[in-house]
Design a protein around this ligand. Structure first.
Ligand SMILES: *Cc1c(COP(=O)(O)O)cnc(C)c1O
Length: 461
């Protein structure tokens, strides 16, 4: 007990000492100790930071992050998949600063404001299909919660409250609040909380890596739809929705799959009266080479969940877009038939204004086309990695690259993370899958650096 107290309190005492000397600029070591004492970091066994130090970041510019001791890191994972145009982008900075002069936030129940109206109109105009009604949340998981609740409540309002189950894909990831975790199939995140979660059905994934016996990615995807069809045929009366990550299952290790799956899933969901929820929280905003991944399958979902890149990686914001048909089922004299869900920061004006600046950049700088050229360059530079004997399943879609590394190292992911830091890169492998998901601003020189230094890591693995 006393031993423990001493251990945990040591950094707090150190912090008091630091405050008294705060005139001296703090370096990495000080921020690291204070952070470990006071901040409980996400997705982390904190004890591991005894071995793997945190990286204190002082500032960011473009694709680079800088620490307090003057070292730099190329942000090759877009700060956990959120950043689109680099750090401290002058146009997004200016948009947020100008919004600060208007209004920073106002509650969205009973009130409205210019950025939220404009953003809703513009998202509807670029989203696939007729998704003209936009509901806001604060982060990805809250968007998933909203879509699940809305789908269930739609069926309930239609007199079909037995439709209260959800189906999802094996190894799918939809966030970590209890509802979102209920449709997530990643054991590491789920298992400890299993008693708190609703039962869900995980159907076979169309992941192209699982194609066997000379099957094409398309054959494998179509094979997976057979299981979906069989399940829907038996259980559709108790199912509200199917939720999928279109084209790429990110947390599964960048599992890329053929659009044929989505095409067929759309047809089956319509036939069996089950909603299709497209979780484009990671794939949206150009990540897969089109504005939204659903476009590559030529489909429109009943619910489209957006977050991450929505504000260019600046501010937490998420949105769920849905159809006239869903909206109409809630529109009634009876209050309880309405969607009585809210978050305090719903439709935050600063975040909406950042999102509008992001959409302006897509329009004014023809980002999707520019990324096509960028992707060709980086794919060419990555060929020595793809051909390396320790590398398998090299794959690429839009602005995502991934491959498996055959390494005898026990904790390959942590080793690779530090090996990358030593080479001025931020890489954060998922198990043995190394991936790049860079911001849309890499120069040719930065792409060459990324490819060369990653190859060097693979060679040392
Ligand atoms: C990141 C992610 C989420 C969760 O978003 P948070 O903002 O982390 O809650 C949900 N679905 C997908 C596909 C994601 O990549």
């Amino acid at each position: 007990m006393h031993e423990r107290m001493r251990r945990y309190n040591a950094p707090i005492i150190m912090m008091a000492k630091l405050e008294s000397t705060s005139a001296v600029a703090a370096g990495n070591a000080e921020w690291l100790a204070r952070s470990r004492a006071a901040v409980w970091h996400p997705c982390t066994q904190m004890k591991q930071h005894e071995t793997w130090p945190l990286v204190p970041i002082a500032r960011g510019r473009g694709a680079w992050l800088y620490d307090f001791d003057g070292r730099r890191y190329l942000d090759s994972v877009s700060s956990w998949w959120v950043n689109l145009f680099g750090h401290a982008h002058p146009k997004i900075n200016a948009a947020i600063a100008s919004q600060l002069e208007e209004v920073e936030h106002v509650m969205l129940a009973g009130f409205t404001h210019r950025p939220v109206v404009e953003l809703s109109e513009r998202l509807a105009s670029i989203a696939p299909g007729g998704l003209g009604h936009c509901f806001y949340g604060s982060d990805g998981a809250s968007a998933v919660e909203i879509a699940l609740k809305m789908s269930f409540h739609y069926w309930r309002n239609r007199g079909e409250s037995g439709k209260n189950g959800f189906i999802a894909l094996e190894h799918g990831y939809h966030g970590e609040t209890l509802g979102a975790l209920s449709v997530t199939d990643v054991a590491l995140f789920r298992d400890a909380y299993a008693p708190l979660l609703r039962q869900h059905t995980a159907l076979p994934s169309p992941d192209a890596r699982q194609a066997r016996n000379g099957q094409s990615a398309r054959d494998h995807a179509l094979g997976a739809t057979a299981a979906l069809e069989a399940h829907l045929a038996l259980h559709h009366r108790s199912i509200a929705a199917l939720i999928v990550e279109p084209l790429v299952q990110g947390a599964a290790g960048m599992a890329i799959y053929d659009p044929a799956y989505l095409e067929r899933a759309r047809t089956l969901c319509t036939r069996y009266g089950v909603h299709l929820i497209a979780d484009e929280i990671m794939t949206g905003f150009g990540r897969t080479g089109t504005m939204f991944a659903c476009e590559q399958a030529g489909i429109a979902p009943d619910f489209l969940c957006l977050s991450k890149g929505l504000t260019g990686g600046y501010l937490p914001l998420s949105a769920v877009l849905t159809t006239d048909e869903v909206y109409a089922a809630f529109y009634d004299d009876d209050v309880a038939r309405g969607f009585l869900h809210s978050h305090s920061y719903t439709g935050n004006a600063l975040a909406c204004r950042a999102a509008l600046a992001v959409l302006d950049l897509f329009r004014d700088e023809d980002v999707i086309a520019a990324n096509r050229t960028r992707a060709e360059t980086l794919t060419a530079l990555a060929q020595p990695i793809a051909a390396h004997p320790k590398v398998s399943d090299f794959r690429h879609l839009g602005m995502i690259w991934a491959f498996e590394v055959d390494s005898g190292r026990k904790d390959f992911a942590s080793w690779c993370f530090s090996a990358a830091l030593q080479r001025e890169m931020l890489l954060r492998p998922i198990g043995r899958t190394v991936y790049w998901m860079p911001p849309y601003c890499l120069s040719d020189g930065e792409m060459a650096l990324l490819a060369e230094r990653t190859l060097d890591i693979v060679a040392c693995a």
